[in-house]
Write a protein that binds this ligand. Structure first.
Ligand code: SF4
Ligand code: SF4
Length: 161
């Protein structure tokens, strides 16, 4: 299998996402930027081989978290921040979907009120494209698979509530 040039891959991904956002307005107005109000114990999970200038901590599963103080250079923010509150989930055959990231259900008002949201179709299309690029790499596919399991778990919890 061809070796992935991760630097090139993330450059391409960031170009696809560009300045696209989930809504055509600044969704931070809905919640005063709740997803950027973590503390130094929380962080955004970096994708495999994704580089970041932010402080890196390791999870118990040896995955990397980028830690921020609620501010960052927007042009360098992690991929997780760029696609939140959506995620490119995959099925067992590697088919890519775009789902709300239910792991953030207690943070992001757009998740609870998704049916009232006028999501930006260009953003959703871009997240799908990103998923289709990631799924071609074995490590990234495994990463998407793990996250899909977590998102499904939180989705089930939200449905059972
Ligand atoms: S929590 Fe949701 S609505 Fe608020 S800024 Fe983050 S993505 Fe936008
Ligand atoms: S890295 Fe930037 S966009 Fe991401 S949570 Fe921190 S402040 Fe928000």
């Amino acid at each position: 299998m061809k070796k992935t040039d991760y630097k090139k891959m993330y450059e391409k991904i960031f170009k696809i996402l560009g300045d696209l956002t989930p809504l055509r307005i600044d969704c931070g107005q809905l919640c005063e930027g709740a997803c950027c109000k973590g503390d130094d114990e929380t962080g955004m999970l970096l994708f495999p081989h994704e580089e970041s200038d932010l402080e890196i901590r390791y999870t118990a599963a040896d995955e990397r978290l980028a830690i921020c103080d609620g501010t960052c250079d927007r042009s360098k923010r992690p991929l997780s921040c760029r696609i939140f509150p959506f995620f490119p989930t995959i099925d067992d055959k590697g088919k890519v979907y775009v789902e709300l990231d239910y792991r953030g259900r207690f943070i992001c008002p757009m998740i609870e009120h998704y049916d009232k949201m006028n999501f930006n179709p260009a953003f959703l299309k871009a997240v799908k494209k990103v998923g289709k690029i990631l799924v071609k790499d074995e490590e990234c596919r495994e990463f998407l698979h793990m996250r899909t399991g977590e998102i499904d778990f939180y989705h089930d919890v939200i449905i059972k509530d």
